[in-house]
Design a protein around this ligand. Structure first.
Ligand SMILES: Cc1cc2nc3c(=O)[nH]c(=O)nc-3n(C[C@H](O)[C@H](O)[C@H](O)COP(=O)(O)O)c2cc1C
Ligand code: SF4
Length: 330
């Protein structure tokens, strides 16, 4: 794995079976970043449903949802309130096996398309996180109950991915340090899961936290106005680093070069990861490297979620508004 400071990935729905699409996506990433990147394998359905988790090959979940005029596919319980209180049928053993197989095939496609590695999304309240979380996971079979049981599906997903991509291909995971919701995943359980992932051969853990039900403690927190508010999962990272030996990637609110450097120099994490700063300023790392150490210009106001949720792609809304204000010079 390359030791670059910023860790960049693009997330696409893993369930598409349009083989050619992966090559197109891969080429686009190469053009955008000037290098290959990792692909995040994400599944966003609610835990209990699982019936129609094969994506219909839409451009995005949002475009599918727009057509369906419902929340049938794409997001966990209650993300926008539509699903609260609705009871879905529990995934059957067959559904679970199908899901595990789909993760394996997605990783294989990603490798074939030229990605450097894959990352399993097991954070932010999405499906893998829901299996890990006692709040969502009410199963009474081998996939529910103890933390080891709640982890079982991830063990099988990881094993399946390995069997599809071989031993030399990086397989990472994005994991919640805590869910920050009542009865959700705790730091203690997350640490246990980190140890199990290590035993099972994960290549790196990206540590995050929160869900869309976590209020102010959601994964993309707002109002990061000073260095004290940056790196909001740092204390959890320190706990992980005490026992977990696989490379740790810290995400969440990193905005300043001194903060980023301190995290690496102190050994609190092995890599740092940023999201919104690159939406605002894709050349941020180049700027820092060129000797301009000013902090990222992202305001951490989350306006970029607007176009993302509307299926319009991801861009910095603040920047767009600023550009619209400046009259074009001829
Ligand atoms: C518009 C938008 C879309 C995001 N989509 C994903 C995603 O698909 N997968 C993921 O793991 N995190 C996603 N995130 C969360 C970020 O990866 C990151 O964990 C979070 O924003 C905290 O990091 P930051 O403070 O550097 O932005 C998204 C964030 C934003 C703002
Ligand atoms: S809209 Fe722009 S400034 Fe606001 S959080 Fe997103 S990237 Fe940062």
């Amino acid at each position: 794995m390359r030791k670059y400071l910023g860790y960049n990935y693009l997330a696409y729905n893993l369930m598409t079976t349009q083989e050619g699409l992966w090559e197109q996506i891969s080429r686009k990433i190469c053009v955008l970043c000037g290098q290959n990147g990792g692909l995040e394998l994400s599944h966003r359905l609610i835990l209990e449903k699982g019936r129609d988790f094969v994506c219909k090959g839409e451009k995005s979940c949002q475009s599918y949802l727009k057509k369906q005029k419902s929340m049938e596919c794409g997001y966990p319980i209650g993300l926008f309130g539509q699903r609260l209180g609705k009871v879905w049928p529990e995934m059957t053993a067959g559904d679970i096996q199908e899901l595990i197989e789909a993760f394996g095939l997605a990783a294989q496609r990603a490798k074939k398309a030229g990605f450097d590695g894959v990352q399993i999304h097991a954070a932010h309240g999405y499906l893998m996180n829901q299996f890990l979380s006692p709040l969502f996971n009410k199963r009474s079979d081998a996939y529910g109950g103890s933390v080891e049981n709640r982890y079982q599906i991830l063990r099988e997903v990881l094993k399946k991915i390995r069997s599809r991509v071989g031993s030399g291909f990086p397989v990472l995971i994005k994991l919640n340090s805590q869910d920050f919701v009542e009865r959700g995943l705790t730091l203690e359980d997350s640490l246990k899961i980190g140890r199990l992932l290590q035993e099972d051969g994960i290549d790196a853990i990206e540590l995050s936290g929160g869900t869309f039900q976590s209020g102010q403690l959601m994964p993309s927190r707002v109002g990061i106005t000073n260095e004290e508010k940056e790196a909001y999962f740092l204390e959890a990272a320190k706990v992980f680093k005490e026992t977990i030996k696989v490379p740790l990637i810290l995400v969440g609110g990193i905005r300043s070069l001194p903060v980023a450097q301190r995290i690496i120099e102190q050994g609190w994490a092995d890599y740092i990861s940023m999201s919104r700063p690159f939406i605002r300023e894709s050349g941020l790392i180049k700027r820092w490297k060129s000797g301009d150490p000013r902090k990222a210009s992202c305001l951490s106001d989350n306006q970029c979620f607007g176009p993302a949720m509307a299926g319009e792609g991801i861009y910095c809304v603040v920047e767009k508004k600023e550009k619209q204000k400046v009259p074009e010079r001829s």
